[in-house]
Design a protein around this ligand. Structure first.
Ligand code: GTP
Ligand code: MG
Length: 331
C-alpha cells in the first residue's frame, strides 16, 4: 500500500471524499496538493481512537521519542501520552517566537515540571525564527537509541514544521511533509530518512477535546493563529465590565483585578462597562481563588488573571477551557 508523502494517509482512487484520495497517480493526495498549492484547507475529522494504536506501537519500542509541546497551546495534562509511552523522551518546547522575549527560558523549562515527565534532555526552539536547531539536531544524535526516532505530541504543535526545517538544514532531501493551521494535518506515521543512521518518524498529533479550531471557519482560523510575538493587552478592572474577544466569546468580570490577554493580535478586543450585549453559547461561572492564574481557552490562547475574582465566561458550547498557574510568572 502506498502512503501519501505529505500526510501519510493510505492512497486510494475510489472515494474523493475520503482521506488519501488521488486522481492521476503521483505520491501526494488531493488534500495535501490543495493545502500546498492553493492554501486551501480541508478539515479531516479524526478522533484519538485513530491515533492511540500508533502510540501503543511506539511504546513497545525502546526508541527515542521527541515530545513536541507548543508553548502557546500547552495541554492541560499529558496523561494520555504518558500512559502509552515509556520511552526516553527529548522534550522540545516550540513556538518560542510567540511568547514575550522577556520571559526566561529557564523559567519555562521549570514550569514544565508540573507535567512530571521523565525526560533525558530538552531544548527550546522556534521553527519560524530558526532558533536552536543546531542544538536540537545535536541532542537528537546524542540521545537516539537506534536509527528510528519518533516525533509525537498534540495536533498543531508544529511537529511536521520542525521536521521540514531539520530536513532542509541537515539532509540533502528535497522532500517536504504537509503542514497547516488545521488540526489533524498529518494522518499517519511518515518515515523521513536523514541518513543511514537516522530516520525521523512523524506522527499524527493527539486531539484535545474542545479545541476552538475545530468549530470555526477557515478565515477565523487564520485570525486566531498568531504568526509573530504576541503583544499582550491588559485591562484594569475596577467595576463590573465585559471584555468581548472578536465574535468568539465574552468575559464579564465582577470583581476588581487585572486581565492580560495573550491572543493573536489580529483578534479585536472590545470593552463594555455593562453586562454582555451578545451571547456566544454557554455561560460558565468561574471563581478564581489564586492570584496569577491563566484562563486557557483551547485553540485560542490564554488570559492571565492577576487577582482572585469572579467572572462569567460565555463561549461556544463545544469549546473547553481550564485554569493553571500563570505561564507568565510572578508579577
Ligand atoms: N509561530 C510559530 N508557528 C509555528 C511554529 N512551528 C509551527 N508553526 C505553525 O503551527 C501550525 C501547525 O504546524 P504543523 O507542523 O502542521 O503541526 P503538527 O504538529 O505537525 O500538526 P498535526 O500534523 O496535526 O499533528 C502551522 O500553522 C505552522 O506554521 C513556530 O515555531 N512558530
Ligand atoms: Mg503534522
Amino acid at each position: 500500500m502506498m502512503k501519501c508523502k505529505g500526510c501519510g494517509a493510505i492512497l486510494q482512487q475510489e472515494n474523493p471524499n475520503k482521506e488519501g484520495y488521488i486522481r492521476n497517480g503521483g505520491d501526494l493526495c488531493e488534500r495535501c496538493f490543495r493545502i500546498r498549492h492553493y492554501n486551501e484547507y480541508k478539515q479531516v475529522v479524526k478522533t484519538n481512537k485513530d491515533f492511540i494504536p500508533i502510540l501503543e506501537n511506539i511504546g513497545k519500542t525502546k526508541d527515542l521519542v521527541i515530545l513536541v509541546l507548543d508553548l502557546f497551546a500547552l495541554p492541560q495534562d499529558l496523561d494520555l501520552l504518558k500512559k502509552y509511552l515509556h520511552n526516553s523522551i527529548l522534550l522540545v518546547l516550540t513556538k518560542r517566537d510567540l511568547l514575550p522575549r522577556s520571559l526566561y527560558n529557564q523559567y519555562l523549562f521549570q514550569y514544565m515540571k508540573k507535567y512530571h515527565l521523565k525526560i533525558i534532555d530538552q531544548v527550546m526552539i522556534s521553527s519560524v525564527k530558526n532558533m536552536n536547531f543546531d542544538e536540537l539536531f545535536t541532542k537528537i544524535k546524542k540521545n537516539q537509541k537506534s536509527k528510528n526516532v519518533y516525533v509525537v505530541g498534540y495536533t498543531n504543535a508544529g511537529k511536521s514544521t520542525m521536521i521540514n526545517h531539520l530536513l532542509r538544514h541537515y539532509s540533502d532531501s528535497k522532500e517536504e511533509i504537509t503542514t497547516s493551521m488545521l488540526t489533524s494535518t498529518t494522518l499517519n506515521t511518515i518515515e523521513v530518512p536523514f541518513s543511514d543512521d537516522l530516520i525521523l518518524l512523524d506522527t499524527p498529533g493527539l486531539l484535545e477535546e474542545g479545541n476552538l479550531l475545530d468549530y470555526v471557519d477557515g478565515s477565523m482560523i487564520k485570525k486566531i493563529t498568531p504568526r509573530k510575538e504576541i503583544k499582550p493587552v491588559t485591562y484594569q478592572i475596577k467595576t463590573t465590565q465585559t471584555i468581548q474577544v472578536d465574535e468568539l466569546l465574552s468575559l464579564e468580570v465582577l470583581s476588581p483585578t487585572n486581565l492580560t490577554f495573550y491572543l493573536s493580535n489580529q483578534l479585536i478586543l472590545k470593552r463594555f462597562f455593562t453586562s454582555p450585549v451578545k451571547t456566544f453559547g454557554t455561560k460558565h461561572k468561574i471563581e478564581i481563588s489564586s492570584p496569577n492564574t491563566d484562563l486557557v481557552i483551547l485553540g485560542l490562547g490564554f488570559i492571565r488573571v492577576l487577582k482572585p475574582c469572579v467572572m462569567y465566561l460565555d463561549l461556544p458550547s463545544q469549546v473547553h477551557f481550564y485554569l493553571r498557574p500563570s505561564l507568565i510568572g510572578k508579577p
